[in-house]
Write a protein of this length. Structure first.
Length: 463
RNA sequence: GGCGACGUAGCCAAGUGGUAAGGCAGAGGUCUGCAAAACCUUUAGCAUGGGUUCGAUUCCCAUCGUCGCCUCCA
């Protein structure tokens, strides 16, 4: 079987071939840390976590680098508003984001470079582009000369001539061409800055990714990822920079995730329609967010609302239903059938994931497998056969980064009392005092505790 | 205005040139004291209009609609 990846560069699915056999270098654009991260940022991190986990499952050694943009206009602005150093702002939100990554069960990247830590390399990169004629200094700034790079527009499908720069904003008169973009910005008074051959200043947004990618992964990489809002201009400019610097193709595969939508529009700070990761996790388990993403294509927009969250939680519950233990029954004679279906489940799962990480399809196969397992249990499967299938389910779901163990919703204190109530209800039921036993069940339900009577007794779980 | 993506059942969402996975919700049933859970059965002709084809939901064109980008953005 062969993995296929949808490449934004060609707008097609292409067979996955790495630069080096068995190894994958992957660079994913991380957030600009000027404010609290929202679930859209989490989506991007989750999507590429799934990609990374799957590639590793398929035997690749993945070097995964994701950056933090820790110097830019918005960070500086925020710092001025709060009257603190811009590095303090950046550090605050980096720390927060790190914690989010842990909470969301996202595997740590191999490296988390920051722009401010790579300043000498960035300056070197800008100087290199100036030397090669791809950039020109102008009054303390340095601009990339877009017309000098023949491939400009190949990622986003644009032509320089077609683009009416200035259509929405005024063109900076210092640029030779309206599409030229800043590699280096001269510092205004009071702004954080670094010395450079062009005076004190700071890097433009795009150059840091080219430089950090090079510093961490080399001149060429296998996969470059990010949100599809970055295709233009950010990734287009990265290509222009990196390929001008090294004279070879930058990334083989460009992968872009779709945008998280809230109230019919892309979730964003400027529109104000966002849900922070913090507020999501206050109300929901982390796995629910991952489940939302798994249920659809990573490339499509994803609607975020109460309904889709609930849907994801029900889907999780459904997966978990397969993990219940065997029933005390006889007459089980289909162990071979269960094993056979386990093999098929895994094959289908892999085939779906090989096809551009088609998680929605893969989930479909896992739900089929859930049904298979539940059927086997109902038919009286023994614990050993069942456990084997369940282990496979956990394994496959683990490839997607899902943990099906039920999170501790509340402290253990309540549990003893719930057990006590169940014990009392058991007496009622033995006495056939149905009204009383139902009262206990209903009242507990109101307190978000669901009871289920089974042949082995009554079990309960948080709703 | 330019570029790009998308439009599949009540909802979410895969997929295919030869008559459509899965999940949720709904209906009926098994089980249960009753429920719940699980299991069984059941619910679509794929935006619209053309074209290519023996045959299209799947390919091409147009139209309409939604979204993204063209300014910072995951």
């Amino acid at each position: 079987m062969e993995i296929k990846i949808y490449n934004t560069l060609s707008r097609k699915k292409e067979p996955f071939k790495t630069l080096e056999p068995g190894k994958v270098s992957m660079y994913v654009c991380g957030p600009t840390v000027y404010d609290k991260a929202h679930v859209g940022h989490a989506m991007s991190a989750l999507v590429f976590d799934i990609v990374r986990r799957y590639l590793e499952y398929r035997g690749f050694e993945v070097k995964h680098v994701t950056n933090y943009t820790d110097v830019d206009d918005k960070i500086i602005q925020r710092a001025m508003v709060e009257g603190v150093d811009s590095m303090e702002i950046a550090q605050r939100y980096i720390d927060e984001f790190d914690q989010h990554l842990k909470d969301l069960n996202i595997l740590p990247a191999s490296e988390y470079p920051r722009a401010t830590e790579k300043m000498p390399q960035i300056i070197e990169g800008v100087a290199d582009l100036v030397d090669k004629g791809f950039a020109y200094p102008k009054e303390g700034d340095v601009y990339y000369r877009v017309n000098k790079f023949p491939g400009y527009g190949k990622l986003s499908g644009r032509k320089i001539d077609d683009m009416e720069a200035g259509f929405r904003i005024d063109v900076d008169q210092r640029k030779e061409h309206p599409m030229d973009f800043a590699l280096w910005k001269g510092a205004k008074p009071g702004e954080p800055s670094w010395p450079s051959p062009w005076g004190n200043g700071r890097p433009g947004w795009h150059i840091e990714c080219s430089v950090m990618s090079h510093a961490c992964l080399g001149e060429q990489i296998d996969i470059h990822g990010g949100g599809n809002d970055l295709i233009f201009p950010h990734h287009e400019n990265e290509i222009a920079q990196s390929e001008a610097m090294f004279g070879k193709q930058f990334a083989t595969y460009w992968m872009h995730n779709g945008m998280m939508q809230l109230s019919g529009a892309k979730m964003s700070k400027s529109v104000g329609n966002l849900v922070t990761i913090d507020s999501f996790l206050e109300k929901h388990e982390a796995a629910a967010l991952r489940m939302m993403i798994l249920n659809s294509s990573y490339r499509s927009p994803l609607t975020f609302n109460e309904e889709t969250i609930e849907h994801a939680q029900k889907a999780l519950k459904r997966l978990r239903s397969a993990l219940r233990p065997a029933l005390p029954k006889d007459g089980w004679g289909s162990a071979a059938k269960l094993e056979d279906q386990s093999v098929k489940a895994k094959e289908s799962f892999l085939a779906a994931m090989d096809d551009d990480f088609n998680t929605a399809n893969a989930m479909g196969h896992l739900f089929d497998f859930v049904k298979t397992i539940n059927q086997a249990r109902d038919e009286g499967a023994d614990q050993e056969s069942l456990a084997k299938a369940q282990a496979l389910l956990n394994e496959l779901v683990g490839v997607l980064g899902l943990d099906l163990s039920v999170p501790e919703v509340q402290g253990g204190e309540a549990e003893a009392f719930i057990d006590l109530l169940i014990e009392i209800r058991k007496k009622f039921r033995e006495e056939k005092l149905w009204e009383l036993s139902d009262l206990v069940r209903d009242k507990l339900e109101e307190l978000n505790v669901s009871l289920e009577d089974t042949a082995q007794g009554t079990t309960w779980h948080w709703k």
